[in-house]
Design a protein. Structure first.
Length: 155
């Protein structure tokens, strides 16, 4: 698999949030100390592979926002950063797929299971396979009609 990004492609970086504390410790479920390390490590690895999204979206849940912040800082602190709809754990992946077809910028999305594995399966076909607390980089050269996996990072 290639590790160098092609400047003619549009990229989608899908990031599963780092490990969160349990709801009994904090109902907002922020990242645990280990989760912060995971998020920083994945973000640094992505940056070293050339990830430079112009947009960084997250679900609005604290653990996804904290993970997105690590990615944003490491990869492109000048990128647009915002919570967005259609990336909650049980949202249908077709919604974000359809939104991505209108997007010409490289996008990073920090989200959740089972949404992320379902989205990857929808975009590239195959089984719902996603590295827990890791990320998958996809690329398209036909305005989001078809996607291919470029690389993945596990924790």
């Amino acid at each position: 698999m290639r590790h160098v990004l092609d400047v003619n492609d549009v990229f989608l970086f899908l990031i599963h949030h780092g490990e969160a504390v349990g709801p009994e410790l904090d109902p907002r479920r922020p990242l645990s100390p280990r989760g912060h390390v995971q998020a920083e490590r994945v973000a640094a690895d992505a940056a070293s592979r050339g990830a430079r999204p112009l947009v960084v979206w997250h679900s609005g849940k604290l653990r996804a926002k904290q993970t997105a912040e690590a990615f944003w800082r490491a990869c492109n602190p000048l990128a647009e950063f915002a919570a967005t709809r259609d990336v909650q754990p049980d949202d249908p992946p077709q919604r974000i797929r359809d939104r991505l077809r209108a997007e010409s910028r490289d996008v990073a999305i920090a989200g959740h299971f089972p949404h992320l594995p379902r989205l990857v399966a929808l975009l590239v076909g195959g089984v719902e396979n996603f590295p827990p607390h890791g990320m998958v980089a996809l690329a398209t050269d036909d305005e989001g009609t078809t996607w291919r996996e470029v690389w993945r990072i596990g924790t």
